[in-house]
Design a protein around this ligand. Structure first.
Ligand code: HEC
Ligand code: HEC
Ligand code: HEC
Ligand code: HEC
Length: 229
C-alpha cells in the first residue's frame, strides 16, 4: 500500500474535494488519486470521508487515524487488516464496486490463533482461540478481534468504532494487568513487574518501551518473539 500511496501522491496533488461531486466524470477519474475524494495527504482514510464529514463520531471517520498513526502502545495497522481496499479507480470499479455488506472483512493480525495444540504453552483445559472478527454496521462495534483481546487469557473486548476518547484503549481493556490465567494468577505480578518476563517490549516502570512489539500477533517472552502461543 505504501507504494500505492506514493504513486498516488506524485500523480495528483491538485485535485480538490469539490471535484468529487463529479464522480461519474471519467476525465476526473483519470487524474484522481486515492486521497482525492476521501482522506488527506497523510493517507486516503477518512477524515474527511466521501461525504466530507470530519468528526470521529461520524461512522465513516471513526477511529481510522488512531489505528493508522499508531499510538504510544501500538504501531500502525494496515488498511487490509480491517477491510477490502480497491486497487484501481474507474467506472464500475471504484467508487461503488465494493458492497457495504462485504466491505469490512478482517485479515492478518486480527485473526491470530492462540492456544494452538502442540505449542509450548498449550493449555488443554482451555479452548483454542480462532478469532472470527465481525463489524456491526448498526451498533458500530467490532467484536472478536485478536487485537482487542480475543486470545488465550484475553478480555475479548468489543470497542465501538466511533467513540474516540481514550476510554476504550486503556491498560486492562484488552487483557488484564496481568491476565487472569494460570500463568499469571496468584503470583503477585504487577504492572511494574511485567518486564521480568516480557522485556524488552515493556520496561521496569510499566511503560511500553517498543510499541512495534505490542499488538503484533506475536508474544514477547523472555526476550524473544514467540509466534505461536
Ligand atoms: C473519485 C472519487 C474517489 C477516488 C479517486 C477514490 N475513492 Fe474510495 N471511495 C469513494 C466513495 C464515494 C466511497 C464511498 C462508498 C462508495 O461509493 O463506494 C469510497 C469508499 C472507499 C472505501 C470503502 C470501501 C467502499 O468501496 O465503499 C475504501 C477502502 C476506499 N474508498 C479506498 C480508496 C482507494 C485505496 C483509492 C485509490 C485506489 C480510492 N478509494 C479512490 C470515492 C473515491
Ligand atoms: C481498524 C480498522 C480499519 C483500518 C485499519 C482502516 N479502516 Fe477504513 N473503515 C473501517 C471501518 C469499520 C469502515 C466502515 C465504517 C462504517 O461502515 O460505518 C471503514 C470505511 C472506510 C472508508 C469509507 C468512507 C466512506 O465515506 O464511505 C474508506 C474510504 C476507508 N475506510 C479507507 C481506509 C483506508 C484507505 C485505510 C488504510 C490507509 C483504512 N480505511 C484503514 C475500518 C478500518
Ligand atoms: C488494543 C488492545 C490492547 C491494549 C489497550 C493493551 N494491550 Fe497489551 N497486548 C495486547 C495484545 C493483542 C497482546 C498479545 C501479544 C501481541 O499481539 O503483541 C498484548 C500483550 C501484552 C504483554 C505481553 C508481552 C507482549 O507484548 O507480547 C504485555 C506485558 C502487555 N500487553 C502490557 C500492556 C500494557 C502495560 C498496556 C497499557 C499501556 C496494554 N498492554 C494495553 C493488546 C492490548
Ligand atoms: C513470571 C513471568 C511473567 C510475568 C512477570 C508476566 N508474564 Fe505475561 N506471560 C508469561 C508467560 C509464560 C506467558 C505465555 C503463557 C501462556 O500462553 O499461557 C505470558 C503471556 C502473556 C499474555 C498473553 C495472554 C496469555 O495470558 O497467555 C499477556 C497479554 C501477558 N502475558 C501480559 C502480562 C502483563 C500485562 C504482565 C504484568 C502485569 C505480565 N504478563 C507478567 C509470563 C509472565
Amino acid at each position: 500500500m505504501k507504494t500505492l500511496y506514493g504513486i498516488a501522491l506524485i500523480i495528483a496533488a491538485g485535485m480538490t474535494l469539490a471535484s468529487c461531486s463529479k464522480l461519474q466524470n471519467t476525465s476526473v477519474l483519470a487524474t484522481a488519486n486515492c486521497s482525492s475524494c476521501h482522506g488527506s495527504i497523510m493517507n486516503p482514510a477518512p477524515p474527511p470521508d466521501a461525504a466530507g464529514d470530519t468528526s470521529t463520531s461520524d461512522p465513516f471517520v471513526g477511529a481510522h487515524q488512531v489505528h493508522l498513526n499508531g499510538s504510544d502502545f501500538a504501531s500502525q495497522v494496515e488498511c487490509s487488516t480491517c477491510h477490502i481496499v480497491p486497487t484501481s479507480i474507474g467506472p464500475g470499479v471504484h467508487p461503488g464496486g465494493i458492497s457495504s455488506a462485504t466491505l469490512v472483512t478482517f485479515s492478518g493480525v486480527a485473526m491470530t490463533e492462540t492456544n494452538t495444540p502442540g505449542t509450548r504453552f498449550y493449555d488443554s483445559t482451555l479452548a483454542t482461540v480462532t478469532p472470527q472478527p465481525t463489524f456491526n454496521a448498526k451498533t458500530l462495534q467490532c467484536s472478536n478481534t485478536y487485537c482487542h483481546g480475543n486470545f488465550k487469557g484475553g478480555n475479548n473486548f468489543s470497542p465501538t468504532w466511533n467513540v474516540v476518547n481514550s476510554s476504550q484503549d486503556s491498560c486492562g481493556s484488552c487483557h488484564g494487568i496481568p491476565p487472569d490465567d494460570a500463568t499469571h494468577r496468584g503470583k503477585g505480578i504487577t504492572l511494574q513487574t511485567c518486564y521480568y518476563c516480557h522485556s524488552p517490549m515493556i520496561g521496569p516502570d510499566g511503560v511500553i518501551v517498543d510499541n512495534s512489539m505490542h499488538v503484533t500477533g506475536k508474544l514477547v517472552l523472555y526476550g524473544k518473539s514467540v509466534s505461536a502461543w
